[in-house]
Ligand binder design. Sequence first.
Ligand SMILES: *Cc1c(COP(=O)(O)O)cnc(C)c1O
Length: 396
Amino acid sequence: MSKSSEWIDIETKYYAQTVRRQPVVIVKGEGTRVWDADGKEYLDFVAGWAVNNLGHCHPAVTEAIVAQAGTLVQTSNQFFTVPQLHLAQILIDNSCLDRVFFGNSGAEANEGALKLARRYGKLHRDGAFEVITAYNSFHGRTMGTVAATGQPHYQVNFTPLLPGFVHVDYNDVEGIMSATTDKTAAVFLEPVQGEGGVNIPDDDYLIRVREWCDRQGILLMLDEVQTGIGRLGSLFGYQEYGIEPDVITLAKGLGHGVPIGAFMSKEFCMALVPGDHGSTFGGNVLTTAAAYAGTKFLVDNDIPAQVKVMEGYLLGRLNELRSRFSFVTDVRGKGLLAAVEFESDISGQVLTHANEAGLLLNGVKPNAVRLMPPLNITREEIDEGVGRLEEALGKI
Ligand SMILES: *Cc1c(COP(=O)(O)O)cnc(C)c1O
């Protein structure tokens, strides 16, 4: 029996069975590659779910974690700490937002933004509390974010849901217009829907939503948990669409591997006041030191510009597969967030064969796989990864 299968048996016996995992026990990572418990090497096009934007164990991040772990790890937010302020500064200085709050995950960042929307509604819109979100969106697994998420299968087992959410079709401005009432406080959207299958809106969608929100006096909040920190080819996804949102949330790529989330807002709508919100671990010294080091490296080296170059290269290579395999029905992507869609529900099989070929992918839909490699991936690594995907598709 392999070492991996021994670990998998232990997981099966002890761990809550809430996630369908791929049978790969990862013990080590470096750059775009990881190794399993039996020494097999893989190219990692999952990157911790669009988290490891500089690859695994990037020296800038590792050195910051090691140094901070030997200096100071946790203090509580009753006190000031320096890495938290470094991170706040770099995020605000490079964005259109004015204030930031740090939590520990994407869902928690979104909860903060939703609380802000309700508080804003109480103060400025006569108690308006409704938030308009999109079908096929994904906003997290807490009760508030499950209600915000526009996918019934995340909701049915947990009713009654938190009230106050109205769902409309994505990429449909008229839908938002007709859902807006005097109870509406905010519109909350992903710049590109990630978990919903890599759904890319029309170029003018967010521009038109922005105009509508301005006219109505409601907030435009963007869930940039997956699209933020370079993933779409700009530091923030909204920069790709020529608008300024009022609130954004971040998590995945922000921590470069460590758990952190954030919401950022413009000054005029930072409706939360002392006592309204807080977190024991949020903005922790260790996680903000790691997030700052990774984000600073990414900004200083203009990694988002590399993403723009690699976007065309990756999509070009994937489109070659599309012309080779008739069962590949669509290739789509923006930045280094891409999906390959099949004519039937074969993504499970594709993942199995990809793992055999030494490639990690995400099965985003029964009929689609998602690719979200590190943002500093090289052409050679893309060639190698697409080659392994081609090998996997050849076995279907
Ligand atoms: C992953 C994700 C979340 C949830 O983040 P967690 O850290 O898992 O809570 C929320 N929104 C979007 C867009 C995501 O991709």
